[in-house]
Design a protein around this ligand. Structure first.
Ligand SMILES: C[S@@+](CC[C@H](N)C(=O)[O-])C[C@H]1O[C@@H](n2cnc3c(N)ncnc32)[C@H](O)[C@@H]1O
Length: 222
């Protein structure tokens, strides 16, 4: 079993792009209300959302199109969308406000660090749609679907909770399938693309380039 108490390996490339003054003002206005902290006490969903509802983690939201679409379509769920990319988080904040969503919060930071605030078994689902591919062999250890990270995610799922990963990178799909299949508490595999999953921005690029999309879905079976 992986030692998940070790600090997570960075799965993203830091990109420092300043916001326009207008976007910065929007960020400063909305983040205190809609963002959760990367570090802190154990996460209390009832204090944050004002109710107890099945909790979903969306890891790597990009510009948040799919996250906000899912939050609107699934009012019975509370969602936390995570990304380190500031312009993407700012766009998502704007969309949350425009759409009047009350069941979504954002983590502007490393999802794997924030995950340390979550209680084991506290999530009903984890969605990882089009994680960074890290195609070079020497960077493979940075993939989100590493053994250590899949083990971290599995521990956060309630029994019956679902880990759903989608990718347009054939080699990533094979790698993720092998890692998930090797986890003693996950059962599942490749599924047909579910109709409810919004087409994400990165997925659209993959489709335009003629790549096949693979959806992998695993349930925690403890
Ligand atoms: C290829 S993009 C896909 C975005 C979106 N899911 C889509 O399909 O359009 C992957 C995203 O994951 C984010 N990311 C990678 N590692 C992360 C981490 N540890 N915590 C939060 N976000 C992360 C990146 O910043 C990037 O925005």
């Amino acid at each position: 079993m992986t030692d998940t108490t070790r600090p997570p390996i960075r799965t993203f490339k830091p990109r420092r792009r300043p916001l326009t003054p207008e976007r910065q003002a929007l960020f400063d206005r909305l983040a205190p209300e809609l963002c959760v902290d990367e570090h802190g006490d154990p996460f209390d969903p009832v204090a944050v959302f004002g109710r107890r509802a099945p909790l979903l983690l969306d890891v790597g939201i990009g510009f948040g199109d799919a996250l906000t679409e899912m939050a609107a379509a699934e009012p019975q769920h509370d969602l936390i969308g995570c990304d380190v990319h500031t312009p993407g988080v700012a766009s998502t904040l704007a969309r949350i406000e425009t759409m009047g969503l009350t069941n979504v919060r954002l983590l502007h930071g490393d999802a794997l660090v924030f995950a340390q605030r979550l209680a084991p078994g506290s999530l009903s689902g984890i969605r990882i749609f089009f994680p960074d591919p890290w195609p070079k062999a020497r960077h493979r250890h940075r993939r989100m679907a590493s053994e250590a990270n899949v083990d971290r995610f599995a521990r956060l799922l309630e029994p019956g909770g679902v880990l759903h990963l989608a990718t347009d990178i054939a080699d990533y799909a094979v790698h993720a399938e092998r890692v998930c299949a090797g986890h003693p508490e996950l059962v599942g595999g490749v599924i047909d693309r579910p109709d409810w999953r919004p087409v994400t921005r990165y997925e659209r690029k993959g489709l335009a380039a003629g790549r096949d999309i693979v959806d992998l879905l695993y349930r925690r079976v403890t």
